[in-house]
Design a protein around this ligand. Structure first.
Ligand code: ZN
Length: 92
């Protein structure tokens, strides 16, 4: 990876390990109208939530209730279940 093109990738914080990483290395989710959804294109409107594509971070975020906390709103149990299901596809 060369830096000659100038612009650095924006950094975002993973809600699992709380480390800042380049945005494009993280899974983006978006919280809008009371629902959290995966936002692979990064085009969703709403509050963005980021997570490493790593099972450890996914587990940490689940245990710490980080989804709910980071959206500052309600995440329903079935919603969370759907998200975790979809996230498991990213788990490496
Ligand atoms: Zn992480």
């Amino acid at each position: 990876m060369s830096k000659t093109r100038g612009k650095e990738a924006p950094m975002r914080r993973c809600i699992g390990c709380m480390e800042s990483r380049p945005k494009d290395e993280l899974i983006r989710m978006v919280y809008s109208q009371g629902r959290l959804t995966l936002d692979p294109d990064g085009k969703g409107e709403g509050r963005g939530v980021y997570l490493c594509p790593d099972g450890k971070c996914i587990n940490k975020a689940t245990k710490r209730n980080a989804f709910k906390r980071s959206v500052r709103g309600e995440v329903k149990a079935d919603n969370l279940e759907t998200i975790l299901n979809e996230l498991s596809a990213y788990n490496r």
